[in-house]
Design a binder for this molecule. Structure first.
Ligand SMILES: Nc1ncnc2c1ncn2[C@@H]1O[C@H](COP(=O)(O)OP(=O)(O)O)[C@@H](O)[C@H]1O
Ligand SMILES: [Mg+2]
Length: 283
């Protein structure tokens, strides 16, 4: 029975999609059959996994509107063991069309029931808002991963998100839990990054993943090649970090806090983005 994990934060650009794509690929590479649900009309997870909107192919929009089952709409993507429920621009309409629909908050949750036996993990990539699509993601989920960018206003908006999660838990999905806060785009050379890590851990003891995702140029390049970083550049720090996160999530590896930050720091010092770039040529 799959564990359904929603990746949510109403702020854009914090690393939701990067996490959905790369955590999913790492899980699949570690032999955990995984489904990615792209719930953002921008469809960045879809293109990041090398899938394109094809005329006639079904998407998460059709599933939410009750016009397709999940089985009919899923596609296989690389690496082996990874499936995708793709999005396209039509999804913009769903937010409006659902307003008057019956059981509008449970459309995705109901649809996913039929495939929960097939996967170990289902990862849902949410749009940057707290609208009806994100609510559908949260009612479907057992747990939420909240990516936070290691920058000055990291904690801003977090209380609104935590309130929403609390409300959903109270009213719509009592079993919803916070899987953890994930610190992203950690830059070892920036003292602010270190401050943010300390501050977030002080605010939310025991709720922050030990694994910290470094800022890494490979992570920002790989989507334009339609590949997760673990296939685009398996040796990169970004690939290593998401592979560590997959192990931490599945409880198959230990990453203690101090080690995790110092690992991000050490590898960062050993190899800067510029050096990685030079090494690999301009890919
Ligand atoms: N750890 C990282 N290192 C470098 N670039 C990153 C990293 N995480 C995300 N990015 C880049 O930052 C931008 C926003 O990330 P994205 O995952 O799309 O955020 P969101 O889905 O929350 O809007 C993208 O261009 C992405 O490639
Ligand atoms: Mg996104």
């Amino acid at each position: 029975m799959a564990r359904v994990i929603c990746i949510a934060n109403q702020k854009g650009g914090v690393g939701k999609t990067t996490t959905a794509v790369n955590l999913a690929a790492s899980l699949a590479l570690q032999q955990h059959p995984t489904l990615v649900v792209d719930l953002d009309p921008q469809a960045n997870a879809t293109s990041g996994l090398g899938a394109r909107a094809q005329t006639g192919s079904r998407t998460v929009y059709d599933v939410i509107m009750g016009e397709s089952t999940v089985e009919q709409a899923v596609r296989t993507v690389e690496p082996a063991g990874l499936h995708l429920l793709a999005a396209d621009r039509d999804l913009v309409g769903a937010e409006l069309e659902l307003v008057s629909a019956l059981a509008r908050e449970f459309r995705l949750s109901e649809a996913l029931k039929a495939v929960r036996e097939r996967y170990e993990v289902i990862l849902i990539d949410c749009p940057p808002s707290l609208g009806l699509l994100t609510v559908n993601g949260l009612t479907s989920a057992d747990a939420v991963i909240v990516p936070l960018q290691c920058e000055y206003f990291a904690l801003e908006g977090l209380s609104a998100l935590m309130d929403t999660i609390g409300l959903i838990k109270q009213r719509l999905n009592p079993s919803l839990a916070v899987a953890g806060i994930l610190l992203t785009m950690f830059d070892t050379r920036n003292s602010l990054s270190h401050q943010v890590v300390d501050e977030v851990r002080a605010h939310f003891p025991d709720q922050v993943f030990n694994t910290v995702i470094p800022r890494n140029v490979r992570l920002s390049e790989s989507p334009s090649h339609g590949l997760p970083v673990s296939l685009y550049d398996p040796a990169s720090r970004g690939a290593q970090a998401y592979s560590d996160l997959a192990r931490e999530l599945m409880g198959t590896g230990s990453a203690d806090k101090e080690r995790a930050v110092s690992a991000a720091t050490e590898t960062a010092e050993a190899k800067t983005d510029e050096e990685e770039e030079r090494e690999h040529g301009s890919a």
